[in-house]
Design a protein around this ligand. Structure first.
Ligand code: AMP
Length: 251
């Protein structure tokens, strides 16, 4: 079985986000970019499934500008066997990504697709669900545990829901999206970083995949959260209670 993993290049989680002066989005020029953390978890899970002998190949896919190849190389250094880059100069919305992934599924025929539950840049949390809908495949979203059953050709997925853990059994092929607690992604070792340089990254354009990219929504504006007021240091619990009672009027 082949596993395809979608990995997105996003602003690094440790970077303090700045909104562009024209409010059209967040600043990405001269900003450190990395693999979306949920995608690292997705890739780690795929590698663990392969290492347990239940998959034969892990293919890492990223879509967007040429720099996405750096993200793919990181994925190859973690252990993915091959990469696919769908080159597109602008930001892609989840429906476009889902359509492109569907087209790649028709070419690659994977038995399992693993995505992050959301990309931390725009927090859409839509691509996996849309992709499963387009493919008409079962989906296990926000997976906190995945167990593969080779005989039954199924995957058991635990999902953390409000009241506890929901366990689903999905017939393969299926789409899984990963939550934070699923695993701890590995670091790429130096020998693997060197090896990754010679692994194959195939390039496609949306036209090659017969997918028309059209934005069916428009980002009207992006604004920073309101600045927090400066706090005050109180000298006693009594003073705090007094303020909560008489100023904030919450007790
Ligand atoms: P989103 O729906 O945008 O929050 O993204 C959810 C997941 O979809 C991400 O964690 C990735 O696995 C995948 N994804 C979204 N955009 C891309 C992209 N441009 N390239 C590769 N994977 C993507």
């Amino acid at each position: 079985m082949k596993i395809m993993v979608a990995i997105k290049r996003v602003v690094d989680y440790a970077v303090k986000i700045r909104v562009k002066p024209d409010k059209s989005g967040v600043e990405t020029q001269n900003v450190k970019m990395s693999m979306n953390p949920f995608c690292e978890i997705a890739l780690e899970e795929a590698l663990r499934i392969k290492e347990s002998g239940l998959a034969s190949e892990v293919v890492a896919v990223s879509m967007g500008p040429p720099q996405c190849v750096d993200t793919i190389r990181t994925g190859l250094a973690m252990g993915a066997d091959r990469g696919i880059h769908v080159e597109y100069p602008d930001a892609l919305y989840p429906l476009s990504v889902a359509k492109l992934l569907k087209a790649l599924v028709e070419v690659e025929k994977p038995g399992l697709l693993i995505l992050g539950k959301q990309a931390i840049d725009d927090d859409c949390n839509q691509t996996g669900q849309m992709l499963a809908g387009l493919l008409r495949w079962p989906q296990g979203t926000f997976a906190s545990k995945v167990i593969m059953d080779k005989e039954k050709q199924a995957a058991t997925v635990d999902r953390e829901v409000d009241g506890g853990i929901e366990t689903l059994s999905l017939d393969l092929p299926a789409v899984i999206t990963t939550d934070l607690r699923l695993n701890q992604p590995r670091y790429a070792t130096l020998p693997n970083i060197m090896k990754a340089k010679s692994k194959v990254v195939k390039k496609y354009t949306p036209q090659d995949l017969n997918v028309e990219i059209k934005a069916d929504l428009e980002v009207v504006q992006v604004t920073e959260p309101p600045k927090r007021k400066v706090g005050v240091v109180l000298s006693s619990v009594d003073e705090l209670i007094d303020k909560l009672k008489n100023e904030a009027r919450v007790i």
